[in-house]
Design a binder for this molecule. Sequence first.
Ligand code: GDP
Length: 287
Amino acid sequence: MTIQWFPGHMTKARRQIQEKLKLIDVVIELIDARLPLSSRNPMIDEILQEKPRMIVMNKADLADPEVTKQWVEYFKKEGVTAFPIDAYSGYGVKDIPNQAKLLLKEKIDRQIAKGMNPRAIRALIVGIPNVGKSTLINRLAGRNIAATGDRPGVTKGQQWIKVGSEMELLDTPGILWPKFEDQNVGYRLAVTGAIKEEILNVEDVAFFAVKYLSQYYWPQMAERFDLQKRPQDFENPDEIVEVMEAIGRKRGCIMSGGRIDLEKASLIFLRELRAGKLGRISIEAPY
Ligand code: GDP
């Protein structure tokens, strides 16, 4: 589902999260492992302030494992705990309560030293639409809780979900807007399907992806689409369009007169990429 993020909605979304922050000990910032920075909210630091938090890189099953490792290092250097998961299969999900405990260790130790019995850690998941918040909530809960595609501005009674004996999770996630200002961010989000095709032109989105993959994932491209000629100059649009045409030819996207139907080729290419048919691909690297 696409959300129209008008300034008023952003203010409201921000206020809703700040209200929820009062109730919790730790934030789980969910991002997409294939495009970690592009799938973050631009004001996240300002919104979360000093609240302890971890970055959880979801959909790691679709991301390039080598690049994901680099991102983990990148965030470590920034002083933030980050680790990959796959909310779908559950890979890495059990690390979340453990990391929450680590993040709050000093506070918990102080409580124990005072003879107090520490209560369960309260957590909130935040992230942009489509990053997998509802899938993760259901996975942590071990049952179906949140309707996928939750909307900002729709308030329902909040409840705590027990995650083991040491963590509780708010059942409604915090939904934040992505960085619209940067066009490349928009393209990266669109490549993954997080932004609907009606917003950005499908051929432009495919062009962006074909250019990136020709540069960084050529063997996978060549094998999947039987490509012979790798672009020499990635900044030359004609060479990228040639690759798109070769993909179209391979997939039978031919119009009357023999011209390649680039729109159809773009749709097919993006569908295969999103379905993981080209293998595990990241479309943003830290270095
Ligand atoms: P939300 O808008 O953040 O709540 O996102 P959803 O939980 O609705 O997930 C958006 C889409 O991503 C759905 O189609 C999910 O099935 C899919 N998804 C969520 N987590 C994963 C994951 O770890 N791996 C893969 N491959 N897909 C996922």
